[in-house]
Design a protein around this ligand. Structure first.
Ligand code: NAP
Length: 490
């Protein structure tokens, strides 16, 4: 007999759009190519989806170009209404969107439902921002002219998103693009196209005009996107993904001097001082480490714990990590799903084996499994030597490496000893120290006594090789706006 959950799985996969969304139409790829979408909890194929060629990409960008002028002229209130309707529809469809995301990406259903709500919030936030785009009127210092300053949409934009937050990384870009009056072509990750195609359906149902948002799924990311970046039609690239790919894309963007927003990799430190509330710190560590099973750019990658409390902290953390239920994200009570694919799972295993080989001690976990899917057990490692690869490489999995520190200056240097600068977390009950450390560490974001910083109303982004620009907050929309100054003789 099929369970209610199995029926739900089958229904959402059957109902999911599986074609490219170009110029308001659902269509097959030219040449008819398709790609397989897998369930990472079993390794089995869920369905096939149209696999775009470079010609399909070109069609999508030309559709965006054709729609740009009218869309820029659409009253902000109407653009806001599209986003608000899309926000409402995402909530109405939350269960189905969450199921689809869990099936293609692996995260537990409750987390997927949380991501749907988080992703929808970007639409509400930018619906509100759309009507507040402002400018200026100023007297020239010599008094002989007036300056009028206005904001205009950048123009057709290319948006590229990763697999780890299949919806939220998309709405964080589509939201401000629509609010600013930019049309776009979005390429989701090959591993998780279904969530983005379902979002295209949401936007169509919310009244987004043809060509305003185009979705191109492809197994040939470079071949499809590079010609678009170099086309001279696109005016902007907003990318979320790895630093290595981001650097390559920045080079391509130089060709036509595109505006760029780059949300790249992270290597977050999680610092616990001796005066911290240890239970609160453990709670925060669980969030900072285990949100999205560690597959997050914001995931705590290096845990520096004051020597006087590291034993107690590691015992408490290991106890919590060891209790987590690992399994298929669709199953009742599961808290940790599989890694997104075998490559990701093997990378986590490789980094743990490397650390253990260098002398780290496994407090809990340290193994793959269970079952057929790409699972890795929640793991706590102690005494991880500084030469271990996981201090410099993103783990992107449920592994918490701990090492002791003695002094504040020492730990600030350790935190900053990385080319990344996305987010760092600091736990202390000394207010002056908290502010001093927050000011001295090099990252775009700091979590003080909290393990999650993401919020659509706050500016998200990194410094150093973690990226350029900010998404969300009151500046996120600026990434899609140009400033025009009109000088008027008086
Ligand atoms: P990735 O390999 O860089 O891929 C990201 C996106 O870029 C995917 O859509 C990918 O397509 C596409 N892509 C790959 N090569 C390309 C090329 N030559 N031209 C155009 N597009 C290309 O990263 P990922 O493994 O999916 O995601 C994990 C990374 O994202 C981590 O480093 C993480 O820290 C970072 N991330 C950052 C943030 C942030 O806000 N800072 C948020 C989430 C994730 P395919 O799927 O087809 O390869």
């Amino acid at each position: 007999m099929t369970s209610a959950s199995q029926e739900h799985e089958t229904r959402v996969v059957d109902a999911a759009p599986k074609k490219l969304y170009i110029n308001g139409q659902w269509r097959d790829a030219r040449g008819g190519r398709v790609l397989n979408v897998h369930d990472p909890s079993t390794g089995s194929v869920l369905c096939t989806v149209a696999d775009a060629s470079p010609e399909d990409g070109r069609d999508a960008l030309e559709a965006a170009q054709a729609a740009q002028k009218d869309f820029a002229a659409m009253p902000p209130r109407k653009r806001a209404a599209i986003l608000m309707r899309a926000f409402e529809l995402m909530h109405e469809r939350q269960d189905d969107l969450a199921m689809l995301m869990t099936l293609e990406m692996g995260k537990p259903l409750a987390e997927a439902a949380g991501e749907v709500a988080y992703a929808a919030e970007f639409f509400r936030h930018f619906a509100e921002e759309a009507t507040r785009i402002s400018g200026g009127y100023q007297t020239a210092p010599a008094g002989n002219a007036r300056f009028v300053v206005r904001k205009e949409p950048v123009g057709p934009s290319l948006l590229i998103t990763p697999w780890n937050f299949p919806l939220a990384m998309g709405t964080r870009k589509i939201g401000p693009a629509i609010a600013a009056g930019c049309t776009s072509v979005l390429k989701p990750a090959e591993l998780t196209p279904l969530s983005m195609l379902a979002l295209a359906q949401v936007l169509e149902d919310a009244g987004a005009p043809p060509g305003v948002v185009n979705i191109v799924v492809t197994s040939s990311a470079g071949q499809v996107m590079e010609p678009l970046i170099r086309s001279g039609i696109a005016r902007k690239l907003s990318f979320t993904g790895s630093t290595a790919v981001g650097k390559k894309l920045l080079e391509q963007c130089a060709d036509k001097v595109l505006r760029t927003s780059m949300e790249l990799g992270g290597n977050a430190a999680f610092v616990v001082f001796e005066d911290a509330d240890l239970d609160q710190a453990v709670e925060g560590a669980m969030l900072a480490k285990m949100r999205n099973s560690g597959e997050a750019c914001t995931a705590a990658n290096r845990m520096f714990i004051h020597r006087s409390v590291i034993h107690e902290f590691s015992e408490k953390l290991a106890q919590r990590m060891g209790q987590l239920k690992v399994g298929r994200g669709v199953d009742e009570g599961v808290q940790v799903g599989p890694m997104v694919d075998a490559t990701q799972r093997d990378k986590v295993k490789e980094l743990v084996d490397d650390a253990v080989g260098a002398g780290a001690k496994v407090v809990v976990g340290g193994e793959t499994g269970p079952g057929e899917g790409y699972f890795y057990q929640p793991t706590v490692l102690r005494d991880v030597p500084r030469e271990a690869r996981m201090w410099t490489e993103e783990i992107f999995g449920p592994v918490a490496p701990l090492t002791p520190f003695d002094a504040e200056t020492e730990v600030v240097d350790l935190v900053n000893d990385t080319e990344y600068g996305l987010v760092n977390y600091v736990y202390t009950n000394d207010l002056t120290r908290a502010l001093r450390v927050a000011e001295n560490i090099e990252s775009g974001m700091v979590g003080l006594n909290q393990g999650v910083v993401s919020n659509p109303a706050a500016p998200f982004g990194g410094v150093k090789e973690s990226g350029l620009g900010r998404e969300g907050g009151d500046t996120g929309i600026d990434e899609f706006l140009e400033t025009k100054y009109i000088g008027i003789a008086m």
